[in-house]
Design a binder for this molecule. Structure first.
Ligand code: C2E
Ligand code: MG
Ligand code: MG
Ligand code: MG
Length: 282
């Protein structure tokens, strides 16, 4: 409308926005201390194999329980931590925590993979490959049980250095996945250049596939293309039975969403896995 065109809405929101960024900056000042004190923790969201119906792993999602502000979403501190080059310590903390958790589950005879989000920025860390490899060794987790999810892929696909680092991660056996596939920067160029063996279709394409013809066409062809390229497909944000059914018909490999499991604490995940084992053994 006219007010928006004139920039009036912007003005109206300016003070609030200033508060907002000041607040985020102050959060960032406490980031390292929050990691050390345990305010930062990791939630696990199950990934389900559609052909067996079983949990085959989970994505590790960082959480911040702030003593005064309560729970803070990663979307409120990850992008800023990335911008300010403060993402390293956080990433290695999540990696270590998640790999330790996955190793504990595997030690009970349950084959279980773990997916960790990797900021494209970390591809510039000369220690990345060595550190990933030594955390895996330290906890005795097979490298093919670790998936690294990467977004912001335009920068990645255009950088020979990033592609070289991703190839080194592939060589040590880590699975690479393109996250939020279909949005913003993920495109055919990335699909061709990035040595990923999995794509995660963004939830904005997934939800309506049972009633939107165009969404269904896009998701179905994306699955077919990925399969032809030898890649497996995860659907994100599955919230309804109808969506799940449609994905099964389309031959999607894995699903992750509120319908099949919310992000949860490690204790809840372990109980869920033990329950599933009892059920399938019976
Ligand atoms: P993402 O990697 O695409 O993770 C999926 C997000 O979708 C998570 O949000 C998850 O809780 C949410 N989600 C899962 N199922 C459903 C569903 O059925 N419906 C809806 N509406 N949402 C669903 P979350 O945990 O808030 O994380 C947001 C983003 O923050 C992540 O998106 C990821 O990009 C980033 N992030 C989270 N943890 C880390 C981390 O340890 N490192 C980095 N670099 N980024 C992280
Ligand atoms: Mg992810
Ligand atoms: Mg995603
Ligand atoms: Mg995302």
């Amino acid at each position: 409308d006219a007010a928006a065109d004139a920039g009036l809405h912007w003005k109206l929101h300016e003070p609030e926005q200033e508060d907002d960024s000041a607040w985020r900056l102050s959060l960032l000042g406490r980031l390292d201390a929050a990691i050390d004190s345990g305010e930062i923790w990791v939630a696990y969201q199950p990934k389900i194999d559609l052909s067996s119906g079983r949990i085959v792993g989970s994505e590790a999602l960082v959480r911040w329980s702030h003593p005064e502000k309560g729970p803070i979403s990663p979307v409120d501190f990850i992008p800023m931590a990335e911008q300010q080059n403060r993402i390293g310590k956080l990433t290695y903390h999540v990696l270590e925590t998640a790999i330790r958790a996955a190793a504990a589950i595997n030690s009970h005879g349950i084959s279980f993979g773990i997916a960790v989000n990797l900021s494209a920025r970390l591809l510039d860390d000369p220690e990345l490959v060595v550190r990933v490899s030594s955390i895996l060794t330290e906890h005795g987790l097979a490298s093919n049980l670790l998936t690294l999810e990467i977004t912001e892929t335009v920068a990645v696909a255009n950088s020979a250095h990033s592609i070289a680092v991703l190839n080194r991660l592939r060589l040590i056996g880590v699975v690479l996945s393109i996250d939020d596939y279909g949005t913003g920067y993920s495109n055919l160029e990335n699909l061709r250049t990035i040595p990923a063996t999995e794509i995660k279709i963004d939830r904005s394409f997934i939800d309506a596939i049972d009633h939107s013809r165009s969404d269904a066409v896009m998701v179905r062809s994306t699955i077919q293309m990925a399969h032809s390229l030898g890649q497996s497909v995860v659907a994100e944000g599955v919230e309804r039975e109808e969506t799940l059914r449609a994905l099964r018909v389309m031959g999607c490999d894995l699903v992750q969403g509120y319908l099949t499991g919310r992000p949860m604490k490690f204790g809840a995940l372990s109980r869920l896995l033990l329950k599933e084992r009892r059920r399938t053994a019976a």
